[in-house]
Design a protein around this ligand. Structure first.
Ligand code: FAD
Length: 418
């Protein structure tokens, strides 16, 4: 039975939908606001697909900074920085550098969340009978040079402190784990417990389950303003029609609590509520190759891969789809698809999977909601009734199972304590 505590969740990506589900399961009366006509249409649409505790290393380190600076001057590199001055971008970089001393602590924390999240995510999928093209052949990180492999050895030790087991594999073992992978390979690390799946399928199905259970899902509803008044939360929104035109009237609704899960737009809402969340939109791309015939299906890998040098990840989404994702662009909020970023991904496919045709593929670009210290913001805001579960960066799919459980517990406990 629901209590009468009304909670608004802003955003229906993976963070918002898992938060709504967990809040409802813990007794709250939940309303989700989403600007798009369907859930999971922004960053939770076509990402790399990896649920990867093995990719939990935060980027705040001096070697990553040096590599990043070298990449800035090389065309087609995995990182692109538009040098045009912007306070948002440069304040983010300053905070990113400030978090370097916490590299080890933050990596270990991320691994712990990722391990818990995998379990929570599967429990929700099982409870709601959700199939999401889950592939359980593990994640293989591979390296072309001895030097890269030795760096990865150190990362493996750090991931181990968080409880993750991943083992070193020789080129011969790699051939057995993923026979389709070609190219110069010195060695790798294999994490059998990691898996992959389609974030859009999962989020959409969980959103449907939320609605069936009694969560109010307000789609095509743009939240324009949030305000606190005498301990309550005012949500001002406007409904958009199918053509994207806004209805003339702004609606005001009042809630006891609000959880911000608005991806790259969470920063704006935090500012309205007296908090500072320096989330920057770090753009990435994916291509989804349609494997139409049997020859192509056999030529594409089943094991999920991470090429640490090219900074590309892959996932097999069922028999007929193969996805490659990566690149990090610091270039504002544009989601335009740029050919110069897609082309290296296609070339990478041709190099490593020469028998797979990329004739039929779909490109996509999305914005990672990235905090400077690479840790999501999960917790209370300054004002009563205000909460955040946002800023998951490159690991929102990997971490949301855990962070939604944590935030929902904090939200319902605040009300119980009042
Ligand atoms: C190329 C790429 C590859 C990636 N690969 C992986 C991977 O392999 N594994 C992994 O774990 N993570 C990966 N990620 C990261 C992951 O996809 C994100 O962290 C995650 O999707 C973020 O989810 P979210 O709910 O925070 O944001 P979103 O999915 O963007 O959801 C936020 C929602 O809030 C809504 N919203 C915003 N403003 C308003 C408003 N004013 N009114 C109403 N609604 C609003 C938006 O419409 C949106 O639906 C990848 C990301 C990219 C770009």
């Amino acid at each position: 039975m629901k209590d009468n505590t009304k909670v608004a969740v802003i955003g229906a990506g993976i963070t918002g939908v898992t938060t709504a589900y967990q809040l409802y399961s813990k007794g709250a009366d939940v309303t989700v606001f989403e600007a798009n006509p369907y859930p999971a249409m922004e960053t939770s649409y076509a990402n790399g697909g990896q649920l990867s505790a093995s990719n939990a290393e935060v980027w705040n380190s001096v070697p990553t900074m040096i590599k990043g600076m070298q990449w800035m001057f090389s065309a087609g590199a995995p990182l692109l920085m538009n040098p045009k001055p912007s306070w948002h971008k440069y304040s983010w970089i300053a905070e990113f550098i400030g978090a370097i001393p916490h590299y080890e602590r933050n990596t270990v924390q991320t691994v712990k969340w990722a391990l818990d999240a995998r379990q929570q995510l599967l429990e929700m999928a099982q409870a709601e009978n959700i199939s999401f093209d889950r592939e359980t052949t593990g994640i293989l990180h591979f390296y072309e040079t001895k030097k890269q492999f030795e760096v990865a050895q150190k990362v493996t030790e750090l991931l181990g402190k968080g409880g993750l087991e991943r083992r070193a594999v020789t080129p011969e073992e790699i051939k057995t784990i993923e026979p389709t992978l070609k190219g110069k390979i010195h060695g790798g690390f294999y994490t059998e417990s990691d898996f992959t799946g389609d974030i859009h399928k999962y989020t959409s199905a969980l959103a449907n389950a939320c609605v069936k259970r009694g969560v109010e899902m307000r789609l095509s509803t743009v939240v324009e303003k949030l305000r606190t008044d005498q301990g309550r939360i005012e949500v001002f929104s406007r409904i958009e029609d199918e053509c994207g035109s806004s209805s003339p009237g702004q609606h005001k609704e009042v809630f006891d609590q609000v959880v911000i899960c608005a991806g790259v737009h969470s920063r704006k809402f935090a500012a309205m509520l007296g908090d500072r969340l320096n989330i920057y939109p770090v753009k990435g791309y994916s291509i989804t190759v349609n494997l139409e015939d049997e020859a192509n299906q056999v030529a594409a890998p089943m094991t999920s891969l991470l090429d640490d040098d090219a900074k590309l990840v892959t996932s097999r989404l069922g028999k007929r789809r193969f996805r490659v994702a990566g690149t990090a662009e610091f270039n504002g909020f544009s989601k335009d698809i740029v050919w110069a970023r897609i082309d290296p991904m296609l070339r990478w496919c041709h190099r490593h999977f020469p028998d797979m045709s990329t004739e039929n593929f779909v490109s996509w670009a999305g914005l990672r909601p990235m905090m400077p210290n690479m840790l999501p913001r999960v917790g209370k805001g300054r004002r009563p009734g205000v909460f955040y579960n946002t800023g998951h960066g490159h690991l929102g799919w990997t971490l949301s199972g855990a962070t939604s459980d944590i935030i929902s517990e904090i939200v319902v406990n605040e009300k119980r304590a009042a």
